[in-house]
Design a protein around this ligand. Sequence first.
Ligand SMILES: N[C@@H](CCC(=O)N[C@@H](CS)C(=O)NCC(=O)O)C(=O)O
Length: 270
Amino acid sequence: MLKVYSYHNSICTQKVFITLAEKGIEYSTQNIDLFKNEQFTPEYLKINPKGVVPALDHDGRIVIESSLICEYLDEVFPTPALVPADPYLRAKMRLWSKMVDEMLFEATRELSFSAMFRQKMRDMTEEQRQGRFINVGDPIKRARLISTYEEGVESPYVLQGIGAFEMAFEKMEKDLAQAEWLVGGALSLADINMMPFVARLYYIDLLDVWLQGRPRVAEWWARVQALPSYRASVPDKTSAEQVEQMRLHGSRIHLRVGQRRAEYLRQRAA
Ligand SMILES: N[C@@H](CCC(=O)N[C@@H](CS)C(=O)NCC(=O)O)C(=O)O
């Protein structure tokens, strides 16, 4: 039996859902409401001491960290293979996982927060909001959260996030010149890791900022949107109301994100 601890619209959890769907594996889910601080209850912290989703329960054995969960699933359920057999290609695939875990996750959080979660945080009671800040154990993560809550798109962390996406999309456009998927010509966890992050930009109406002049990434994104595993795990699990909210909040920061990207590119060229 497989159970995924998740929160709707969680980008890390979407990686796990797409992997499970590619492999045609049945699973159940348990919702952890991140805006009610359910990730910090003593019961959930026993499952994931980091106080985040996702977590996978496989017959009572818990696996955490979305990239590790996806690799675990690939080892336990090897068909179809989503990790290249060739060690060199496997290393290239893991480079994409690192890019997502070390750069794009924070970048997406910053953009999502400044677009919409900021508003959700404003709607919390002061006690809930402080609880949310205090419970984030990692001081760097807490500083980023407070900064994007207070400064929105003007936060220095948002500029950092914009730079992270710039580097990722540059690499995608380059790597996709070789084949239609990111590593070795076949769909792999490299693509699956990237999907929810590109999708989030799409939903918050910011993807066009990075797709301009990147035809290969645009074609990759069209291929992803046609994949049944992606459709079942992201659009089909996202309500019309959420789609509307993301679009609405994202469109409000669209102009400013474009300007900050230009600022980033100017700084980089100087
Ligand atoms: N590196 C972790 C990140 C997990 C993570 O931060 N998940 C977010 C949702 S996408 C979360 O649970 N956030 C709750 C919080 O920050 O309080 C992974 O990939 O599993």
